[in-house]
Design a protein around this ligand. Sequence first.
Ligand code: ATP
Ligand code: FE
Length: 449
Amino acid sequence: MTSLPGRQVRGFLSLRKGRAPSLQGRRRVLAISVHEAGIIYRLKKLCISLTSQSDHPLLVLCGTKNKITNSEHWIPKLYFRIASCLLSCCDLKCRVFKNKLIFTKLSSCFCGIIPPVAQQLHRENIQRIVREALSLSKVSPSELSAIATTIKPGLALSLGVGLSFSLQLVNQFKKPFIPIHHMEAHALTIRLTNKVEFPFLVLLISGGHCLLALVRGVSDFLLLGKSLDIAPGDMLDKVARRLSLIKHPECSTMSGGKAIEHLAKQGNKLHFDFKPPMQRAKNCDFSFSGLQHVIDKTIMQKEIEEGIEKGQILSSAADIAAAVQHTIACHIAKRTHRAILFCKQRNLLSQSNAVLVVSGGVASNLYIRKALEIITDATQCTLLCPPPRLCTDNGIMVAWNGVERLHAGLGILYDTEGIRYEPKCPLGVDISKEVGEAAIRVPRLKMKI
Ligand code: ATP
Ligand code: FE
């Protein structure tokens, strides 16, 4: 089992406080991640986030996603993005870690996601982006120790651009290649900021994923459960859109999930009674689409009761937001509780010193975190979350995964013959059936949040 030397983490943390280390003689990893088709951004928001983030040494996000687009107040422009591309320099001997990054936004006037167009834009821009990243960090390609690239899972056409460009670089500069799994990179990000030893439990909750896994090593994962349909972020985005929160003066610049969290503070969750999904299934899987349909129906009924048209904001929107958030929090907390009990029962996690890591865009929801805190308090676990900017998709996590793999000597390829991208690729070894068969009863906890 590998663990990160504490001093190395401290070296990195001191960099965050502004003490830039010298780069001479360091190991360096170029990380390339192109795994999405495109995201609908609000133009103004994108520009603001680019400006405010541009001089931050850590951020690599290309803008803030906003999926609530059904409104005339919004310009539904499509920005294809190279998810991230950054240069990470790491010296394992000298315990110094440094990131330099570069953003890009690729724009198109099409209203809708057109993967081949995204692919073309990625192709046209990737070379320039990587060149700029290298020049920004003042590192020449010959000084790189390795090139780490996301090859799974993700959108085929996008992954293909990242992979073929990376392989060109690999051949040109004769560098080792490190293929990266997007979800593994999410799961290990916590070890960049905190001293966390293997094994630990990870809950990934985002716009595209929802899963519980035991992380036993850099490339050793046991999948305990996952969403059987949509992810919680996707559901929150859909509910926010259905509630037309884009028209709400306080929420118009927020992502769907953030808007629900914000509005929920003003609402009464007891005014609506949504039942958490899958209450009888004693496994660690999740489901959100059934709940979403129930919420849709409730909203429609309320619109009739209040005599308003679809697209106008209900007077009960805050109450609905509060109830939705509470129901999701209870569902996520219960599955996570069962996962902790399963791992402890099988001695997969320490009895007294277990760690639960929560990551993904939805992990920034403080109400959901509090629900998880109730679970970790009751099970004597420590709850850890990466800072919000490292929770959502970012390039640093890809670089960090490259660094972890270099450090552990795992998955470093000197021959890239036959390497392929994989649009669909589950995380680790799936033991969710075994978890279900264990049928662990979860004690009732008061979810007083
Ligand atoms: P993936 O990482 O699985 O590819 P993604 O890129 O869509 O999916 P993230 O960038 O990790 O996901 O997170 C975005 C999601 O997080 C959105 O669905 C958004 O609504 C949700 N989100 C952001 N902030 C909050 C919040 N405070 N509460 C709940 N959800 C939130
Ligand atoms: Fe992600």
